[in-house]
Design a binder for this molecule. Structure first.
Ligand code: B12
Length: 212
């Protein structure tokens, strides 16, 4: 059973109540609940339940939107704790959600965890075209590209982006990582990506291994 504050956070996300989430994330931290527990037990389980309710036809897009907003609000408070900024960044990562796709919570979380292990993140936001990914790497000199997709209809933009890097003559100078709910390790291999991870903390570990 979840205890008081975590349960409030969980319910705050389910109800899309931003203030309830923010107040209780702060309260949980004051009670010395770890950021990891708040994230995993309070927030991620709630988002999974929101997804389930959507699938069952009980929630619709407006409910998803307010739930997402409440989750982002909680993440903002956790961010400085999850990502203690490194003095000297160990590398740069260009991160974005692929073209046509607006889901950015998972991508944001991946960015936070990568910052936590010392990377500098160039965040391109969501709905990022292959050309924009290539342009950002040219400008920033990033060693890693992290692409996120949450829709089976947009994950096809991942091989297109890899192709754009090949055409720009940059494929060998960057490592490309992919992830998001519909993405698998098998898919990563199939499209010739360099790395895949199922969650944000493993994404950070994979990024480290790719530059070492
Ligand atoms: C919130 C949400 C929305 C919000 C997004 C708000 C936002 N700012 O992100 C809004 C309302 C915009 C939305 C819209 C839609 N959504 Co939606 N949405 C969701 C929901 C409920 C949660 C997603 C989420 O944030 N999860 C929490 C995060 C933390 O998890 P995550 O994203 O998976 O990320 C983790 C890992 O995947 C991994 N990861 C993620 N990215 C990366 C990248 C790298 C490089 C690596 C290594 C790892 C990695 O690490 C992350 C952290 O551990 C999901 C349900 C679900 N089960 O996923 C549906 C879901 C993704 N949506 C769905 C659909 C259908 C839609 C719409 C088409 C609905 C509609 N009819 O309009 C639109 C599409 C809009 C668009 N063009 O993008 C479907 C997709 C079905 C499919 N297979 O394609 C889902 C699965 C719901 C469902 N069960 O039907 N949605």
């Amino acid at each position: 059973m979840m205890d008081g504050v975590l349960k409030q956070i969980y319910q705050g996300i389910l109800k899309g109540d931003l203030e309830l989430v923010k107040t209780n994330v702060q309260a949980a931290l004051d009670e010395k609940v770890t950021a990891e527990a708040i994230l995993k037990q309070g927030m991620m389980t709630a988002m999974a339940e929101v997804g389930q309710l959507f699938e069952d036809g009980e929630y619709f897009v407006p409910e998803l939107l307010v739930a997402a907003r409440a989750m982002q609000g909680g993440l903002e408070i956790l961010k400085p704790i999850l990502a203690t900024e490194a003095v000297e960044p160990i590398g740069k990562v260009v991160a974005g959600t692929v073209k046509g796709d607006l889901h950015d919570i998972g991508k944001n979380l991946v960015g936070i965890m990568m910052e936590g292990v010392g990377f500098e993140i160039v965040d391109l936001g969501s709905d990022v075209s292959p050309e924009k990914f290539v342009e950002a790497v040219k400008e920033s000199g990033a060693q890693i590209v992290a692409m996120s997709a949450l829709l089976t209809t947009t994950m096809t933009s991942m091989p297109e982006t890899i192709k754009a890097f090949e055409e720009a003559g940059l494929r060998k100078s960057v490592k490309i990582m992919i992830g998001g709910a519909p993405v698998t390790d098998e898919y990563a291999k199939k499209i010739g990506a360099d790395g895949y991870a199922p969650d944000a903390s493993q994404a950070a570990k994979t990024a480290l291994s790719l530059i070492s």
